[in-house]
Design a protein around this ligand. Sequence first.
Ligand SMILES: Cc1cc2nc3c(=O)[nH]c(=O)nc-3n(C[C@H](O)[C@H](O)[C@H](O)COP(=O)(O)OP(=O)(O)OC[C@H]3O[C@@H](n4cnc5c(N)ncnc54)[C@H](O)[C@@H]3O)c2cc1C
Length: 246
Amino acid sequence: MTDASPPAPRQLLRFRESVMETPSVRTFRFDPPGGGFQWQAGQNLVMTIPGLEDPRGPTRPFTISSSPTEEGVVAVSTLIRDSPFKRHLAGMAPGDTVENEAIEGEFVLEPGRPAVMLAGGIGVTPFRSMLRFAVDTRLEKPLVLVYSSKTPEDIVFRSELENFSRRNHAIRVIHTITRPEEAKEPWEGRRGRIDSELIREAMRGVRHPLVYVAGPPGFVSEARRLIDEDLHISKEDLRTDEFEGY
Ligand SMILES: Cc1cc2nc3c(=O)[nH]c(=O)nc-3n(C[C@H](O)[C@H](O)[C@H](O)COP(=O)(O)OP(=O)(O)OC[C@H]3O[C@@H](n4cnc5c(N)ncnc54)[C@H](O)[C@@H]3O)c2cc1C
Protein backbone atom coordinates (compact mmCIF):
# COMPACT_ATOMS: atom_id res chain seq x y z
CA MET A 1 0.00 0.00 0.00
CA THR A 2 1.25 3.45 -0.78
CA ASP A 3 -0.25 6.65 0.48
CA ALA A 4 0.01 8.26 -2.97
CA SER A 5 -3.67 9.05 -3.20
CA PRO A 6 -4.41 11.36 -6.14
CA PRO A 7 -4.73 15.05 -5.29
CA ALA A 8 -8.31 16.27 -4.95
CA PRO A 9 -9.52 17.75 -8.23
CA ARG A 10 -9.45 21.55 -8.39
CA GLN A 11 -12.83 23.15 -8.25
CA LEU A 12 -13.90 26.03 -10.46
CA LEU A 13 -15.33 29.09 -8.75
CA ARG A 14 -17.29 31.29 -11.14
CA PHE A 15 -17.07 34.99 -10.32
CA ARG A 16 -20.42 36.67 -9.84
CA GLU A 17 -19.87 40.16 -8.42
CA SER A 18 -17.77 42.21 -6.05
CA VAL A 19 -18.61 44.89 -3.50
CA MET A 20 -16.41 47.46 -1.81
CA GLU A 21 -16.61 46.99 1.96
CA THR A 22 -14.24 49.88 2.76
CA PRO A 23 -11.98 52.01 0.55
CA SER A 24 -9.38 49.22 0.62
CA VAL A 25 -11.29 45.97 1.21
CA ARG A 26 -13.42 44.27 -1.37
CA THR A 27 -15.62 41.17 -1.17
CA PHE A 28 -15.64 38.84 -4.18
CA ARG A 29 -18.64 36.56 -4.55
CA PHE A 30 -18.50 33.34 -6.54
CA ASP A 31 -20.97 30.67 -7.51
CA PRO A 32 -20.08 27.48 -5.64
CA PRO A 33 -18.69 24.74 -7.85
CA GLY A 34 -21.02 22.01 -9.03
CA GLY A 35 -20.80 18.73 -7.18
CA GLY A 36 -20.97 20.19 -3.70
CA PHE A 37 -18.86 22.59 -1.74
CA GLN A 38 -18.70 22.15 1.99
CA TRP A 39 -16.82 24.05 4.64
CA GLN A 40 -17.07 25.08 8.25
CA ALA A 41 -17.37 28.69 9.35
CA GLY A 42 -13.81 29.98 9.80
CA GLN A 43 -12.04 27.80 7.23
CA ASN A 44 -10.08 29.08 4.25
CA LEU A 45 -9.96 28.10 0.61
CA VAL A 46 -6.80 28.05 -1.51
CA MET A 47 -7.32 30.15 -4.63
CA THR A 48 -5.27 29.78 -7.80
CA ILE A 49 -5.47 31.97 -10.88
CA PRO A 50 -4.17 29.64 -13.59
CA GLY A 51 -1.45 31.09 -15.78
CA LEU A 52 -1.01 34.20 -13.63
CA GLU A 53 2.47 35.67 -13.61
CA ASP A 54 3.13 36.97 -10.14
CA PRO A 55 6.51 36.96 -8.35
CA ARG A 56 4.73 35.34 -5.39
CA GLY A 57 3.00 32.75 -7.49
CA PRO A 58 -0.59 32.28 -8.65
CA THR A 59 -2.00 30.97 -5.33
CA ARG A 60 -3.24 32.62 -2.11
CA PRO A 61 -5.19 31.23 0.86
CA PHE A 62 -8.27 33.29 1.72
CA THR A 63 -10.73 32.78 4.53
CA ILE A 64 -14.25 32.20 3.28
CA SER A 65 -16.07 35.25 4.62
CA SER A 66 -19.53 33.94 3.77
CA SER A 67 -21.25 31.46 6.05
CA PRO A 68 -22.12 27.87 5.09
CA THR A 69 -25.70 28.91 5.87
CA GLU A 70 -25.68 31.40 2.96
CA GLU A 71 -26.53 28.95 0.27
CA GLY A 72 -25.45 29.49 -3.30
CA VAL A 73 -22.50 31.79 -2.64
CA VAL A 74 -18.84 31.54 -1.70
CA ALA A 75 -17.23 34.85 -0.77
CA VAL A 76 -13.75 36.04 0.09
CA SER A 77 -12.91 39.52 1.33
CA THR A 78 -9.49 40.92 0.75
CA LEU A 79 -7.35 43.98 1.12
CA ILE A 80 -6.72 45.25 -2.38
CA ARG A 81 -3.03 45.89 -2.95
CA ASP A 82 -0.98 46.29 -6.05
CA SER A 83 0.08 42.67 -6.58
CA PRO A 84 -0.62 41.03 -9.96
CA PHE A 85 -2.86 38.56 -8.09
CA LYS A 86 -5.03 41.30 -6.61
CA ARG A 87 -5.03 43.28 -9.87
CA HIS A 88 -6.38 40.20 -11.64
CA LEU A 89 -9.08 39.69 -9.00
CA ALA A 90 -10.13 43.34 -9.18
CA GLY A 91 -10.37 43.17 -12.97
CA MET A 92 -12.54 40.06 -13.24
CA ALA A 93 -15.80 40.12 -15.18
CA PRO A 94 -18.87 38.09 -14.20
CA GLY A 95 -18.44 34.53 -15.46
CA ASP A 96 -14.61 34.53 -15.16
CA THR A 97 -13.31 31.62 -13.15
CA VAL A 98 -10.59 30.93 -10.58
CA GLU A 99 -9.66 27.57 -9.09
CA ASN A 100 -9.98 26.32 -5.55
CA GLU A 101 -7.37 23.75 -4.60
CA ALA A 102 -8.49 22.94 -1.08
CA ILE A 103 -10.56 23.85 1.94
CA GLU A 104 -8.31 24.06 4.97
CA GLY A 105 -8.01 25.06 8.56
CA GLU A 106 -8.92 24.13 12.09
CA PHE A 107 -9.86 27.69 12.96
CA VAL A 108 -13.53 26.82 13.10
CA LEU A 109 -16.51 27.75 15.21
CA GLU A 110 -17.41 25.21 17.85
CA PRO A 111 -21.14 25.85 18.02
CA GLY A 112 -21.59 24.53 21.56
CA ARG A 113 -19.04 26.87 23.17
CA PRO A 114 -18.96 30.53 24.13
CA ALA A 115 -16.20 32.42 22.37
CA VAL A 116 -14.17 35.59 22.56
CA MET A 117 -12.86 36.60 19.13
CA LEU A 118 -9.99 39.02 18.62
CA ALA A 119 -9.70 40.49 15.11
CA GLY A 120 -6.99 42.73 13.72
CA GLY A 121 -7.93 44.49 10.46
CA ILE A 122 -8.65 42.07 7.63
CA GLY A 123 -8.51 39.27 10.25
CA VAL A 124 -12.23 39.88 10.80
CA THR A 125 -13.12 37.66 7.80
CA PRO A 126 -13.49 34.32 9.66
CA PHE A 127 -15.54 36.04 12.35
CA ARG A 128 -17.99 37.44 9.81
CA SER A 129 -18.58 33.85 8.69
CA MET A 130 -18.89 32.52 12.25
CA LEU A 131 -21.22 35.29 13.47
CA ARG A 132 -23.47 35.05 10.43
CA PHE A 133 -23.60 31.29 11.09
CA ALA A 134 -24.54 31.99 14.72
CA VAL A 135 -27.34 34.31 13.62
CA ASP A 136 -28.71 31.92 11.02
CA THR A 137 -28.63 28.90 13.34
CA ARG A 138 -29.77 30.88 16.42
CA LEU A 139 -26.81 29.91 18.58
CA GLU A 140 -27.36 30.99 22.15
CA LYS A 141 -23.86 30.81 23.64
CA PRO A 142 -22.19 34.19 24.17
CA LEU A 143 -19.95 35.29 21.29
CA VAL A 144 -17.92 38.48 21.82
CA LEU A 145 -15.97 40.03 18.95
CA VAL A 146 -13.24 42.55 19.80
CA TYR A 147 -12.27 44.18 16.53
CA SER A 148 -9.33 46.52 16.08
CA SER A 149 -9.33 48.83 13.03
CA LYS A 150 -7.12 51.77 12.12
CA THR A 151 -10.00 54.20 11.56
CA PRO A 152 -13.81 53.87 11.62
CA GLU A 153 -13.73 53.97 7.80
CA ASP A 154 -11.61 50.79 7.86
CA ILE A 155 -14.19 48.74 9.78
CA VAL A 156 -15.10 45.92 7.42
CA PHE A 157 -18.70 44.57 7.59
CA ARG A 158 -19.59 47.43 9.96
CA SER A 159 -23.35 47.51 9.41
CA GLU A 160 -23.61 43.73 9.11
CA LEU A 161 -21.88 43.28 12.47
CA GLU A 162 -24.30 45.74 14.08
CA ASN A 163 -27.16 43.86 12.52
CA PHE A 164 -25.83 40.49 13.80
CA SER A 165 -25.80 41.72 17.40
CA ARG A 166 -29.32 43.13 17.01
CA ARG A 167 -30.61 39.85 15.64
CA ASN A 168 -28.86 37.59 18.15
CA HIS A 169 -28.46 38.98 21.65
CA ALA A 170 -25.75 36.44 22.48
CA ILE A 171 -23.48 38.39 20.08
CA ARG A 172 -21.57 41.45 21.28
CA VAL A 173 -19.18 43.52 19.16
CA ILE A 174 -16.59 45.84 20.70
CA HIS A 175 -14.68 48.10 18.30
CA THR A 176 -11.39 49.77 19.04
CA ILE A 177 -9.75 52.33 16.75
CA THR A 178 -5.96 52.59 16.70
CA ARG A 179 -5.51 55.74 14.57
CA PRO A 180 -8.42 58.03 15.48
CA GLU A 181 -6.36 61.05 14.40
CA GLU A 182 -6.59 59.80 10.78
CA ALA A 183 -10.37 59.27 10.96
CA LYS A 184 -12.68 61.20 8.67
CA GLU A 185 -15.69 60.76 10.94
CA PRO A 186 -15.67 61.64 14.63
CA TRP A 187 -15.08 58.60 16.81
CA GLU A 188 -16.45 58.66 20.33
CA GLY A 189 -15.80 54.97 20.99
CA ARG A 190 -12.85 53.07 22.35
CA ARG A 191 -9.35 53.92 21.16
CA GLY A 192 -6.01 52.14 21.15
CA ARG A 193 -4.80 48.63 20.54
CA ILE A 194 -6.30 45.56 22.09
CA ASP A 195 -4.72 45.10 25.53
CA SER A 196 -5.18 42.71 28.46
CA GLU A 197 -7.76 44.96 30.09
CA LEU A 198 -9.94 44.96 26.99
CA ILE A 199 -9.70 41.19 26.62
CA ARG A 200 -10.67 40.80 30.30
CA GLU A 201 -13.63 43.09 29.76
CA ALA A 202 -14.73 41.03 26.75
CA MET A 203 -14.45 37.83 28.79
CA ARG A 204 -16.44 39.15 31.73
CA GLY A 205 -19.50 36.97 32.30
CA VAL A 206 -18.49 34.54 29.55
CA ARG A 207 -17.90 31.15 31.14
CA HIS A 208 -14.93 29.12 29.85
CA PRO A 209 -14.75 30.63 26.36
CA LEU A 210 -12.68 29.54 23.42
CA VAL A 211 -10.46 32.46 22.46
CA TYR A 212 -9.90 33.02 18.75
CA VAL A 213 -7.29 35.41 17.34
CA ALA A 214 -7.04 36.30 13.63
CA GLY A 215 -5.10 38.91 11.71
CA PRO A 216 -1.67 39.80 10.39
CA PRO A 217 1.19 37.85 12.04
CA GLY A 218 2.25 40.87 14.16
CA PHE A 219 -1.27 41.21 15.59
CA VAL A 220 -1.54 37.50 16.33
CA SER A 221 1.84 37.31 18.08
CA GLU A 222 1.07 40.37 20.21
CA ALA A 223 -2.32 38.94 21.22
CA ARG A 224 -0.69 35.60 21.99
CA ARG A 225 1.86 37.36 24.19
CA LEU A 226 -0.88 39.15 26.15
CA ILE A 227 -2.77 35.91 26.55
CA ASP A 228 0.35 34.03 27.75
CA GLU A 229 1.62 36.70 30.12
CA ASP A 230 -1.47 38.34 31.54
CA LEU A 231 -4.48 36.10 31.04
CA HIS A 232 -4.76 32.58 32.26
CA ILE A 233 -6.04 30.87 29.18
CA SER A 234 -4.83 27.36 28.49
CA LYS A 235 -3.43 26.46 25.08
CA GLU A 236 -6.38 24.12 24.47
CA ASP A 237 -8.73 27.09 24.68
CA LEU A 238 -6.81 29.23 22.20
CA ARG A 239 -7.13 29.17 18.39
CA THR A 240 -5.06 31.43 16.14
CA ASP A 241 -5.15 32.19 12.41
CA GLU A 242 -2.19 34.12 11.00
CA PHE A 243 -2.76 35.87 7.68
CA GLU A 244 0.74 35.40 6.30
CA GLY A 245 1.41 37.92 3.54
CA TYR A 246 0.52 40.97 5.63
C1 LIG B 1 -5.02 31.03 6.66
C2 LIG B 1 -4.95 32.33 5.88
C3 LIG B 1 -6.11 33.05 5.66
C4 LIG B 1 -6.04 34.26 4.96
N1 LIG B 1 -7.20 34.94 4.76
C5 LIG B 1 -7.15 36.14 4.11
C6 LIG B 1 -8.34 36.89 3.91
O1 LIG B 1 -9.46 36.51 4.31
N2 LIG B 1 -8.23 38.06 3.27
C7 LIG B 1 -7.03 38.53 2.82
O2 LIG B 1 -6.98 39.63 2.25
N3 LIG B 1 -5.90 37.84 2.99
C8 LIG B 1 -5.93 36.65 3.63
N4 LIG B 1 -4.77 35.95 3.80
C9 LIG B 1 -3.51 36.48 3.20
C10 LIG B 1 -3.47 36.19 1.71
O3 LIG B 1 -3.24 34.82 1.48
C11 LIG B 1 -2.35 36.98 1.01
O4 LIG B 1 -1.11 36.61 1.52
C12 LIG B 1 -2.53 38.47 1.19
O5 LIG B 1 -3.84 38.82 0.75
C13 LIG B 1 -1.47 39.25 0.42
O6 LIG B 1 -1.56 38.95 -0.94
P1 LIG B 1 -1.10 40.06 -2.02
O7 LIG B 1 -1.24 39.44 -3.37
O8 LIG B 1 -1.81 41.34 -1.73
O9 LIG B 1 0.40 40.33 -1.64
P2 LIG B 1 1.68 39.48 -2.09
O10 LIG B 1 2.04 39.76 -3.50
O11 LIG B 1 1.47 38.06 -1.73
O12 LIG B 1 2.76 40.15 -1.17
C14 LIG B 1 2.93 39.73 0.15
C15 LIG B 1 4.13 40.45 0.74
O13 LIG B 1 4.58 41.49 -0.11
C16 LIG B 1 4.67 42.71 0.57
N5 LIG B 1 3.76 43.67 -0.04
C17 LIG B 1 3.12 43.50 -1.22
N6 LIG B 1 2.37 44.58 -1.51
C18 LIG B 1 2.51 45.45 -0.50
C19 LIG B 1 2.00 46.74 -0.22
N7 LIG B 1 1.18 47.40 -1.07
N8 LIG B 1 2.34 47.33 0.92
C20 LIG B 1 3.17 46.72 1.78
N9 LIG B 1 3.71 45.51 1.56
C21 LIG B 1 3.39 44.88 0.45
C22 LIG B 1 4.39 42.42 1.98
O14 LIG B 1 5.63 42.35 2.62
C23 LIG B 1 3.79 41.07 2.03
O15 LIG B 1 4.33 40.31 3.06
C24 LIG B 1 -4.79 34.75 4.48
C25 LIG B 1 -3.64 34.01 4.71
C26 LIG B 1 -3.71 32.82 5.40
C27 LIG B 1 -2.43 32.04 5.63
